[in-house]
Design a protein around this ligand. Structure first.
Ligand code: MOS
Length: 749
C-alpha cells in the first residue's frame, strides 16, 4: 500500500502572500451598492411576466382546466397548460435535470404545488390575477406524506458497503448501541429566490438564471427545449446562494423559455417564496437505524447503518447517508444499506452536504451514545478509532488530519474542563452542555478550462464557464492570477457565469475551487509564456537577447531570473513594444477520476465541531451559545471567505439542529409552513459565538496549491454536536431533528 504523500512545506512551491490572505470579495462593492444583476434584475423592452398556477392537491388528476376567463383578463397574452404547451423533452444525453418529467407532460398531479398552468401578462399583477382566475377541478386521491418511513420501499434495501460479519461482531461485543435517528425534510431557502428571465430572438435563447451550473443548465435546456447548444446562452453573473437547490434546472426555466419562444417576447418568472417550498427541491426526510458495538476498552467492533429516505413519485433520488460511514473510523465489521420510500412530495435534490450531513447526524450521535455507555470521553473515543487507511477502499487517504482537528478543537474549546455528568456544568442559573461531533466530505476535482489575457492597458482578464454562488469564486480567480503575475487584484477582471465561456465546473459538491485553481494557474503560466515569447522577439525590447527560459514575471513586470522584479519591465510595455493587444494563455484541470496518481488514494476533507448549549430549566429555554469548528480542507486560498463559509455553515447547523423542518399537511400534502414566518431559520439572535480554524495543510494530490473544497464540510458535525451537548445539559437524547422544546420538558435537570 502506498504511503500518505508528503505534505511538507519544502515539497510544495512557495506562493506569494496573497495566497491565504484575508481578502474581501472583489464583487462585494457591486453587491453592496445594488449594481450586481441577479436573474430577475434584467429588464428588456416588451418584456412580459409569467406566474405559474400551482396544484392544490398532492395526488390525483386534473379533471378540467378552464383558462377562458383568465385569457380575457386585461393584459393577458398567453396561458400555457398541458393542452397547448407543445413538445418538451427528457434529458437523455449529458447533463442532469432536477425533475425527469418535463412540465405539463400529462394531467397527473404528483405533489402539492406542482405547476399545472402558466399565466403570462403585460404586468406582474395582471399575470398574478390571471393565474388566480384559472379554474381547475381535480379527481383527488389521498396523498401519502407520512413522516414514518417504515412502510413499503421502492425496492428491497440495497447494500452500499459491507465488510466482515456485523451480526457476529455485534452479538459478541461488550458494549452496544441500537437506535434509530431521523432527520426531517428541509427546504434550502437561499436569500435569492429562483428566477428565469428568458429572451428569444427568433433563433437563439438567452436565459438569465440563478444557476449553480451554467454549463449543465445549457446541456439540459438544449435537450428539454430541443434546440442546439449553440442557440442557447445561460447567464448567471450573481447568485444569492443556492445550497444545492440551484445545481440542476427546475421546471420554471423551460416554461419561461417556452413562453418567450411562443410570444417572441422576453419573459420573466420569479418563483415565489411559497413555491420555493414545493417546486425547487428539498433535503428529503431520512430514517436511519444504527447498530454500533465496541470492546469495553473502546475499540469499535461493528458498525451498521440501515437508512431510508423519501423520494417523489416520479424520480428515485437517494440521499447518500452512508457516504462517510465506511471510512470515518476503523472498524472490522460494517454494513450500510439504503432504501427509498415514495411520498407525494416534489423531487428531492442535493442540499449542502447531501447524504453525509443527515448520515453523520446518525453516525456521530450513535458514536456519542456509545462513548457514554463506555464511560469514555467522546473525543478520546474518536481518537481511539481513528484511521489513516480508508478501510472500505483499502487505500491510504491522500491527506487526513481528523486527529489534529479533534486535538486542536479540544484545545481551542477548552474541552479538558468538561465534567461528563449530565447537568454538571453551570453558568449562573444556566446549565451548560458541551458536545462534539466529527465531519467528513469527499474531496473532488472535475475537468475545467480557463483563459487568461495579460492586456496592454496593464490589466489582466480571466474567464471560465463556472459561476460564483456567493462563496468567493470571483475573488479566488483574481488571487491565483495575481499570485503568479504580481498584478494587483484591482487590475484583474474576472468573467464567470456565462455558458459561452470555456467549460467550468458546477458550484457543487465542494469541488469548484479545487477544480478551477490548477486551471487558472496553468492558464496564467501559459499567458506569461506567450508574453515572454513576444519579449525575446520584439525589436528594441530589453529582452531581445535573452532566452525565454531566463525570464520570469514578478510584481507585474517581466524580468531576468535572479535580477529582481524592480529591474524588470512592466508587462504592458512589453505588449506595446510587440504592438499586441494582449498575451493570452489557456489552462486545463483534469478530473481526479482520470488522474492515475489519484487512483491509489482516498480523498476526503475532515472536520470537527465543538458545541456549547445553554439550558435554562426554569423557562425551558435552549440556546447554542458557542461553536468551535476546525476544518482539514487542504490549503486555504482566502482566509476571510473561507472563514465566512464555515461561520455560515455553523449558523445553518443551528437551524438544522434546532429549527428547520418542512411540515407537510397529511390531508393535502401542502407544506404548511411554506413561508419565513413559520419555517424557522436562525436569526442573528440565535447565532452563537463562533470560532473557526483551518489546519491549512495542502493536499498534494489535488494539484497545484493543494486545495480541497470547503462548501459542505463545515455543516456536517454541527447538528450531532448540538444534540450531544443537549444530552450533556439535560439528559434528554433527541434522535429526531430538530430539537423541540417539547422534547426537553422531560429533562431531568
Ligand atoms: Mo452542494 S449540495 O453540491 O450545492
Amino acid at each position: 500500500m502506498p504511503e500518505q504523500p508528503s505534505e511538507s512545506a519544502n515539497s510544495t512551491p512557495q506562493y506569494s502572500k496573497i495566497i491565504g490572505a484575508s481578502l474581501s470579495r472583489i464583487d462585494g462593492p457591486l453587491k453592496t451598492t445594488g449594481s450586481a444583476q441577479y436573474a430577475a434584475d434584467y429588464h428588456f423592452p416588451r418584456m412580459v411576466y409569467a406566474v405559474p398556477v400551482c396544484a392544490t392537491i398532492a395526488n390525483g388528476k386534473i379533471r378540467s382546466l378552464d383558462t377562458s376567463a383568465a385569457e380575457k383578463m386585461p393584459g393577458v397574452v398567453l396561458v400555457l397548460h398541458h393542452g397547448n404547451i407543445g413538445p418538451l423533452y427528457r434529458v437523455s444525453g449529458r447533463g442532469r435535470n432536477s425533475e425527469d418529467r418535463p412540465p405539463f407532460e400529462d394531467e397527473v398531479i404528483y405533489y402539492w404545488g406542482q405547476y399545472i398552468a402558466l399565466a403570462v401578462a403585460e404586468t406582474f399583477q395582471q399575470a398574478q390575477a390571471a393565474a388566480a382566475a384559472v379554474q381547475v377541478a381535480y379527481d383527488e386521491q389521498k396523498p401519502n406524506v407520512s413522516t414514518d418511513l417504515s412502510g413499503d420501499t421502492v425496492a428491497p434495501p440495497h447494500t452500499e458497503s459491507k465488510r466482515g460479519d456485523v451480526e457476529a461482531g455485534f452479538n459478541s461485543a461488550a458494549v452496544k448501541v441500537d437506535e434509530t435517528y431521523s432527520t426531517p425534510a428541509e427546504t434550502h431557502n437561499p436569500m435569492e429566490m429562483h428566477a428565469t428571465t428568458a429572451v428569444w430572438d427568433g433563433n437563439k435563447f438567452t436565459l438569465y438564471e440563478s444557476s449553480q451550473g451554467v454549463m449543465n443548465h445549457l446541456s439540459v435546456m438544449s435537450q428539454v427545449l430541443g434546440v442546439p447548444k449553440e442557440n442557447i446562452e445561460i447567464v448567471s453573473k450573481f447568485i444569492g446562494s443556492g445550497f444545492g437547490g440551484k445545481l440542476f434546472p427546475w421546471p420554471h426555466s423551460a416554461l419561461t423559455a417556452t413562453a418567450s419562444r411562443r410570444l417572441n417576447r422576453p419573459v420573466k418568472l420569479m418563483v415565489s417564496r411559497k413555491m420555493m417550498f414545493s417546486n425547487v427541491g428539498h433535503r428529503p426526510r431520512t430514517q436511519q437505524h444504527m447498530r454500533l458495538s465496541a470492546t469495553k476498552e473502546g475499540k469499535l467492533v461493528s458498525l451498521e447503518q440501515h437508512y431510508r429516505n423519501h423520494t417523489s413519485l416520479t424520480d428515485n433520488i437517494r440521499e447518500n447517508c452512508g457516504e462517510a460511514t465506511p471510512f470515518l473510523y476503523s472498524v472490522p465489521n460494517l454494513h450500510v444499506t439504503s432504501a427509498l420510500v415514495r411520498r407525494n412530495v416534489g423531487t428531492p435534490t442535493p442540499m449542502r452536504g447531501p447524504g453525509a450531513v443527515p448520515g453523520l447526524f446518525a453516525l456521530e450521535s450513535a458514536m456519542d451514545e456509545l462513548a457514554i455507555k463506555l464511560n469514555m470521553d467522546p473525543v478520546q473515543f474518536r481518537l481511539a478509532n481513528d484511521t489513516l487507511i480508508d478501510e472500505e477502499k483499502n487505500k491510504p487517504f491522500s491527506s487526513r488530519h481528523y486527529k489534529e482537528c479533534l486535538e486542536v478543537g479540544a484545545e481551542k474549546f477548552g474541552w479538558s474542563k468538561r465534567t461528563p455528568a449530565v447537568g454538571s456544568m453551570r453558568k449562573g442559573d444556566l446549565i451548560l452542555g458541551w458536545g462534539v461531533a466529527g465531519a467528513s466530505w469527499g474531496a473532488g476535482r472535475g475537468a475545467c478550462e480557463v483563459s487568461v489575457m495579460l492586456k496592454a492597458d496593464g490589466s489582466a482578464y480571466v474567464s471560465c464557464g463556472t459561476q460564483d454562488i456567493g462563496t468567493g469564486t470571483y475573488t479566488v480567480f483574481a488571487q491565483i492570477v495575481s499570485d503568479r503575475t504580481g498584478i494587483p487584484v484591482e487590475k484583474i477582471e474576472v468573467v464567470l457565469g456565462n455558458s459561452s465561456l470555456t467549460p467550468g465546473p458546477t458550484s457543487g459538491g465542494s469541488t469548484a475551487t479545487a477544480t478551477v485553481v490548477p486551471a487558472i494557474a496553468a492558464a496564467t503560466d501559459d499567458a506569461i509564456k506567450t508574453l515572454i515569447a513576444m519579449a525575446v522577439k520584439a525589436p528594441g525590447s530589453p529582452f531581445e537577447h535573452q532566452t525565454p527560459d531566463s525570464l520570469m514575471m514578478s510584481g507585474g513586470r517581466l524580468c531576468v531570473k535572479g535580477h529582481g522584479a524592480e529591474s524588470g519591465t512592466p508587462f504592458q510595455d512589453v505588449l506595446k513594444m510587440s504592438k499586441a493587444a494582449y498575451a493570452s494563455g489557456d489552462g486545463k484541470t483534469g478530473g481526479l477520476g482520470s488522474d492515475t496518481k489519484a487512483r491509489d488514494y482516498s480523498t476526503h476533507s475532515f472536520g470537527v465541531q465543538f458545541v456549547e448549549v445553554e439550558w435554562d430549566p426554569g423557562i425551558a429555554k435552549l440556546r447554542v451559545s458557542r461553536v468551535v469548528s476546525v476544518v482539514d480542507g487542504g490549503r486555504i486560498i482566502n482566509m476571510k471567505t473561507a472563514t465566512n463559509q464555515m461561520a455560515g455553515a455553523i449558523v445553518m447547523g443551528v437551524g438544522m439542529g434546532l429549527f428547520e423542518q418542512t411540515i407537510y399537511d397529511p390531508r393535502n400534502g401542502h407544506a404548511v409552513n411554506d413561508n419565513f414566518a413559520d419555517y424557522v431559520v436562525p436569526t442573528s439572535a440565535d447565532s452563537p459565538e463562533i470560532e473557526v480554524a483551518f489546519l491549512n495543510i495542502p493536499d498534494p494530490l489535488m494539484g497545484e496549491y493543494g486545495v480541497r473544497g470547503i462548501g459542505e464540510i463545515g455543516l456536517a458535525g454541527v447538528a450531532p454536536a448540538i444534540t450531544a451537548a443537549v444530552y450533556h445539559a439535560t439528559g434528554v437524547r433527541v434522535r429526531e431533528l430538530p430539537v423541540r422544546v417539547e422534547d426537553l420538558l422531560m429533562a431531568k435537570v
